[in-house]
Write a protein of this length. Structure first.
Length: 284
């Protein structure tokens, strides 16, 4: 028994070491190297970095053009996440209310676009919309983010106890009253999670603006690619990446504000309930 326990301890350690090594070498080290490079002048590929400088960050922060590109990227991603939430919620709701056989078929159809490479999907979309426009890029972002939104929403909607909705109907409430008073509030945390996921995916989208933007719609990802690949200013490209990473992390983690608000609301309700119970006890 002891030998078996030691063996499992050894295996469990490797279960932890391998993912940590993967994250360290393929994620953390490149990010730290990118941050380091952003503070130096880039002298050329294969050459040593130049002197320490804040010019790369000042160049971005002092130029209105780069702020417009950042605003356009955030705006397109935010709008696409809103559209995915509006379109995906009814689909996910319907998936959770049909019988098991129909649910399997409709779920497969919902994630069917993910089985096709994104380049193939976007080239098919190019035949339907005019490329080089904001509308084309926005449609591409919605097209890519909608399946993820549907899959995330099916869990929270499916976890809503049907007996709670039936109790609302018994008390005389209609469908819309039950939906907006019971079903929708219970699924808001899942909706926020889906929104943040789609927003994070679309802010980092590269193939969509390149394919459907046709070089006319510049986002942060395409701007970084231009600076690193065509202009060969890796220091400035690294600075843009760091700024974009910070902004994306701040916005993507803003969903935690809703969690804090919910926690405070629950604590306040619990406090009021305890006060009411204590008052009733004193009256008795």
């Amino acid at each position: 028994m002891r030998r078996e326990k030691d063996t499992w301890s050894y295996v469990n350690i490797w279960y932890l070491i391998i993912p940590l090594a993967y994250v360290t070498f393929l994620f953390l080290i490149p990010i730290f190297k990118m941050i380091y490079m952003s503070f130096f002048e880039f002298q050329g590929v294969g050459k040593a970095l130049g002197v320490f400088t804040w010019h790369n960050y000042a160049r971005f922060l002092m130029d209105l053009y780069y702020w417009k590109v950042l605003g356009l990227t955030v705006g397109l991603s935010f709008l696409s996440a809103v559209i995915c939430a509006v379109m995906g919620y009814p689909v996910a709701y319907h998936l959770c209310r049909v019988n098991a056989k129909a649910k399997h078929i409709l779920t497969a159809l919902s994630i069917l676009p993910l089985w096709v490479p994104i380049t193939v999907r976007l080239f098919g979309l190019m035949s339907l919309v005019e490329t080089g426009t904001l509308l084309a890029v926005e449609l591409g972002l919605v097209y890519c983010g909608l399946p993820y939104m549907i899959m995330i929403l099916t869990g929270p909607i499916g976890n809503v106890n049907r007996s709670v909705e039936e109790a609302s109907y018994v008390c005389g409430a209609g469908f819309w009253t039950t939906f907006f008073r019971i079903t929708f509030p219970l699924t808001i945390p899942g909706l926020v999670s889906g929104f943040m996921l789609v927003f994070a995916l679309n802010t980092a989208a590269f193939v969509v603006p390149v394919t459907l933007g046709n070089g006319k719609i510049i986002t942060m990802t395409t701007l970084i690619q231009q600076q690193a690949t065509y202009i060969y200013d890796w220091g400035f490209a690294a600075a843009i990446s760091v700024i974009f990473l910070i902004v994306s992390m701040i916005i993507s983690n803003s969903g935690k504000l809703y969690d804090l608000w919910q926690a405070r609301k629950a604590a306040r309700s619990e406090k009021l309930l305890r006060t009411a119970v204590r008052g009733e006890g004193e009256n008795l």
